[in-house]
Design a protein around this ligand. Sequence first.
Ligand code: FAD
Ligand code: SIN
Length: 538
Amino acid sequence: MKFTQKPFIIIGSGIAGLYTAIKLSEKSDKEILIITKSDLRESNSRYAQGGIVGVLPENLEDSVELHVKDTLDAGAGLSDPDVAKFISEKSSDAVKDLIFYGVDFDKQPDEKIELTLEGAHSVNRILHSGGDATGRSIEIALSNLVENKPGIRIYKKTIAVDLLIDSENRCKGVIVFDKTTGEYEVIFSSAVIIATGGAGQVYSRTTNPRIATGDGIALAYRAGATVQNMEFIQFHPTALNFEENGSRFLISESVRGEGAILKTPDGEQFACKYDERGDLAPRDIVTRAIFFEMKENGYDHVILDTSKIPEEKLKARFPNIIKACEENGIDMLKGSIPVSPAAHYIMGGIKTSVRGETSLTGLYAVGEAACTSFHGANRLASNSLLECVVVANELAQLLTEKELLIPSQNNDCKINCLISEYEKNYFDYQPDVLEFVEKIRETMWENAGIIRHDAGLREALKTITELKLEFDRQYKCRNANEYDFRNLLAISELITKSAISRKESRGGHFREDFPETSLKAFNSFISKELNCGMFLCL
Ligand code: FAD
Ligand code: SIN
């Protein structure tokens, strides 16, 4: 076991982690360590398509007030208006910063930035890059910068497996596992920043890549941090109806923004039956509309009809979607893509302020792993990338204002006990963990997915409990797959328990047995000490 010290540790190299690193390196000359579980550029961020919200002063149709209203409407009573206003007001500067860092947003022929529309936005306000490759453009620009900054070190293919929490519940560092060498390192730090992204892999149908196993949320919860609103999962209406390497390729909402229409395989339009905003209603509504149509009529998918969009426009705006369709034998230019819903985003996560502070001293969180109360019960499209960069900037500022001391090694009994768990060798039992992973993902999709009810949720909880007993790995695991599974189990339990406790329907959480929305909106909080849902009224 190796022991080291670093002033700042950032876990995750998506847009939230990279942006935090860049901003911190501009404001501080202390060393920054980025730990990332796969390659530097592999993340949910890399696959973001539609774009990033920018309330730009030159867009006279738009305003902070209007963006806040759209965000709060989508958030179904749980978005914090102050947080929404704060983030919206910073969006124009965030866009300027990204351009400064090398992101090339698509422009109109007159060189003005091109803005598109997505579901539940009142006006065109979404900037995009590379047509439909916004995430990739931002991720590449930021990772190129990070790789060339002398003060930033990067540990690739390295998993954060536990946080060092001392006897006074302060975070003092992290234990990491090098997937290539199989070695562990204990790193003491004055600030640990979780930027580990989402948890879509909890579900058998998801747009998220394999890395999205909710690790940071699981780690923070194990460490005693408060997590919030875990029952709120966003299911994207239109994933390509094919599975590849554990995930489904997204067909961006901006395709509907540009005029595509949802139809049944028999050619009937249906979205307007469910909401007057039709195909561009908020995601939870469109997802349920598709789900009901599929269930009622026994369809395995519905059709996204792109025939109304001129071919030249399709080619310019959606080159990557055209390519992905082609690879699956579908000619998007012919106008008919088979789609179905898939888990896409987790609105809940580690409870934080807009400056990334968690309930534990020394522990910070940013990006999809955090819950700032911006998205509420349902995220407005393209608000996630915006939140990542705005909160990352605030967090970097906060950390440079603080007088932070790197903790001295190993003088706390709670920390020593934890470290000793990772020094043991005790692998008599070697389960087929990949089989367990598939079981949990299928159970969650069937019982804690788009439409929920008490009996199904309890069935999911029963499977989780059985798997927990069978798996029996509290601390050290045998390999990366086991760590993923340990976290998937923890996240599944948090989602399921929170969903059982919320006896109403709201945003991304729909209960067949409680279809109404309560008059009083409330956030749910869960922490290890309570080990059960605790609801506080707003
Ligand atoms: P990620 O980008 O997911 O990065 C997480 C990082 O943490 C990765 O580097 C991962 O390897 C690392 N990591 C995880 N666990 C560990 C661990 N234990 N140890 C070490 N490293 C770890 N949002 C928008 O606003 N606009 C869009 O157009 C848009 N399109 C999307 C399209 C798709 C297909 C998907 C999946 C999401 C989309 N989203 C979009 C959502 C958005 O992309 C994500 O919410 C956002 O990118 C999350 O960024 P992040 O930095 O928080 O996490
Ligand atoms: C999409 O392009 O449809 C995804 C946008 C988002 O998740 O914000």
